[in-house]
Design a protein around this ligand. Structure first.
Ligand code: OGA
Ligand code: MN
Length: 297
């Protein structure tokens, strides 16, 4: 039988603030319920999972993603019109150009800390990123643990965010490029994008996390602009501390899945002449909420 033997699934934590390797699973094979439950439990515990040495085509990536729920369509890109792609739920992340045109999103630039698509009212619960080509160096992806960022927040900052919401800018991607069809924002208070609670309850684990989305053009609703800027600067300085992070050095065939409800991620720049190609899909989610009865408020 070709069925994977779930008893061979091994979860090895990175030893950093989040992340674990999952071995003993061939993601190109259908995942039975016991294997799925093991993966989901590991995901809730470690927030980011890495599966190395996979061989996935787009239908395989989509099928694995669908085990976790309905998939979301790809975000609006800065440089390319993805309307006619064969798989609307696949986001191509690449710096590669064909006939002078980028085949994907984000180029070779640094991508700043962010949560995927949190500028939407309903934001993806998680994303799955699969590597097809990687540069020899650079282009590492960092992840950070936003449960921990909230738990360790100085009391005075925690008090300042209780009951507050934040605007998540929709106009730019995490490399700072304007998305197609969006105008330059001049005042964060006017920026287009969804408003979400800054302390967010994870619907499955019921734990609370700091929910910042992205820094640029963010705005804490109801505050004078200078107070909003100051509060956001202090929250970001705390959340971006190295001790909450873990970095992935990519190999071809790595699949990483992260939980957008309790992590952020960023990417290092890399040599523009090197090739990097990843396919991503994202799992549809609900509107972020805060439950006052949940833990670690
Ligand atoms: C993403 C993303 C970073 C990377 O796919 O959402 O931010 O390392 N990718 O390509
Ligand atoms: Mn992203």
């Amino acid at each position: 039988m070709d069925q994977p033997d779930n008893r061979r699934i091994a979860v090895t934590p990175t030893g950093a603030a989040l992340g674990a390797d999952v071995a003993g699973i061939d993601l190109a094979q259908p995942l039975d319920d016991a294997a799925f439950r093991a993966v989901e439990a590991a995901w809730h515990q470690h927030l980011v999972l890495r599966f190395r040495g996979q061989r996935l085509d787009d239908p395989g990536l989509l099928a694995f993603g669908r085990r976790f729920g309905e998939l979301d369509s790809a975000p609006v890109h800065a440089t390319r019109d993805a309307d006619h792609d064969p798989y609307p739920e696949i986001t191509v992340m690449s710096n590669i150009k064909v006939d002078g045109k980028p085949i994907g999103n984000l180029g070779h630039y640094e991508a700043e800390w962010h949560t995927d698509m949190s500028y939407n009212e309903r934001c993806p619960i998680g994303s799955l990123l699969y590597s097809l080509e990687v540069p020899a160096e650079g282009g590492d992806t960092g992840f950070c643990n936003m449960y921990l960022a909230l738990e360790t927040l100085p009391a005075e900052l925690k008090r300042a965010i209780v009951g507050k919401s934040c605007k998540h800018d929709a106009s730019r991607n995490s490399a700072g490029e304007l998305r197609r069809g969006f105008k330059e924002a001049t005042d964060p208070r006017e920026t287009p994008g969804a408003v979400h609670p800054i302390i967010r309850t994870h619907p499955d684990t019921r734990r609370n996390a700091l929910f910042l989305g992205r820094r640029r053009d963010a705005y804490v609703m109801g505050l004078p602009l200078d107070e909003s800027e100051d509060l956001l600067n202090r929250l970001w300085a705390h959340a971006a501390k190295h001790e909450f992070a873990w970095y992935q050095k990519w190999k071809v065939g790595d699949l990483i899945m992260w939980d957008n409800r309790c992590t952020m991620h960023r990417r290092d720049a890399f040599d523009p002449n090197a090739r990097r190609l990843m396919h991503r899909t994202q799992i549809k989610g609900d509107k972020p909420f805060f439950d006052p009865a949940s833990v670690a408020a």
